[in-house]
Design a protein around this ligand. Structure first.
Ligand code: TYM
Length: 332
């Protein structure tokens, strides 16, 4: 059976990259697969968080899932800390994960920066918890943006390590699903840097809750180069900002990159930016409005999360028990 698992950290400021790289792709998948979408609050704790803000962001990400079109009746939506099996399985898996595998994780290196010795153990062990998130549900497919590919490959390696150690095919090897024309949305201020929740420049990203005016302003201010848009994708190669904006436009309008570029070949950026703004305001404006309506009803959101956690536990707990039993833990 095919089962999808994916998640987002509730660390504030959900942005266009999260939407185009992940959430938007989930919408169609709910028709084909059994889907589990998590708000990974334990992962958020790997960096300092204000407790009240973390609770608020957890509700906000839940609202974004629903506002973007994920149906809480058909899909399981829950926050990770409500299902303790995630951390329990993470321990079993961490005992099978060589440190060398974790040392290769580029995201740890980026986040820990120069002060590696001061980075928390949780940040270092993060990919093992992520593997546990996926394997706990025996998920077969994991739809994410490109930056998560290495973590999913590690989850596959960890699943393989468990299966080999205990000589059985217990965990399926999860497949990353990275699709669309915006699998890596870049900063609007610097086309060589990923659009990120933690970027200190507000103009670097479009947030899902930005007003129409703010979206338009950010796009007007987006960095570009002085040349008009070329007619072939190959000519975008050394123009990261232009390449990024074309990818975003294509994803928002459901076009290929070629078709998106074809509409503006030879034109200057001001005309293109106007069209991009219109497309972004149309798609994100609707989601932002719906999110705000949902956020005004925290009781409804909490109900969705409670019900989702119950459904998640019903899948996760038997898998954890079996993994514990296979590992030799006595459960008298
Ligand atoms: P997170 O919270 O950083 O990002 C959530 C999702 O958004 C995608 N994404 C992007 N896609 C395109 N362009 C961007 N600039 C961009 N920025 C973020 C991410 O690829 C991701 O799909 N470790 C994960 C959360 C996680 C998870 C999991 C995901 C925890 N356990 C299990 C899948 C399965 C993370 O930090 O994503």
């Amino acid at each position: 059976m095919n089962r999808i698992f994916s998640g987002i950290q509730p660390t504030g400021n959900l942005h266009l990259g999260n939407y185009l790289g992940a959430i938007r792709n989930w919408i169609d998948l709910q028709n084909e697969f059994e889907c589990i979408f998590c708000i990974v609050d334990l992962h958020a704790l790997t960096q300092p968080q204000d407790p009240a803000e973390l609770r608020g962001s957890t509700r906000e990400v839940t609202a974004a899932y629903i506002a973007a079109g994920i149906d809480p009746e058909r899909c399981t939506i829950f926050n990770q800390s409500m299902v303790s099996a995630h951390t329990e399985l993470a321990w079993l898996l961490s005992c099978l994960t060589p440190i060398g595998w974790l040392n290769r994780m580029t995201q740890f290196k980026e986040k820990a920066g120069k002060h590696r010795e001061m980075a928390g153990l949780g940040l270092y062990a993060y990919p093992v918890l992520m593997a546990a998130d996926i394997l706990l549900y025996k998920a077969t497919h994991v739809p994410v943006g490109e930056d998560q590919k290495q973590h999913i490959e590690l989850a596959r390696d960890i699943a393989g390590a468990f299966n080999r150690r205990y000589e059985r095919d217990f965990f399926p090897l999860p497949e990353p699903q990275i699709f669309g024309t915006a699998t890596r949305v870049m900063s609007l201020r610097d086309g060589t840097k990923k659009m990120s929740k933690s970027d200190s420049s507000d103009y670097s990203r479009i947030n899902l809750t930005d007003s129409g005016e703010m979206i338009a302003l950010k796009i007007r201010r987006a960095k570009t180069d002085p040349e008009p848009l070329p007619s072939t994708i190959a000519d975008l190669e050394h123009r990261p900002e232009a390449d990024n904006l074309i990818g975003i436009y294509a994803a928002l309008c459901g076009l290929s990159r070629e078709d998106a570029l074809g509409k503006f070949a030879g034109r200057n950026f001001s005309a293109f930016k106007e069209a991009l703004s219109e497309a972004a305001v149309e798609v994100l404006g609707r989601i932002g409005d719906h999110m705000r309506r949902l956020m005004a009803e925290p009781g409804y959101i909490d109900g969705v999360l409670r019900c989702g956690a119950e459904r998640a536990r019903a899948i996760a707990e038997p898998v954890l028990r079996e993994a514990q039993q296979i590992s030799g833990l006595l459960r008298p």
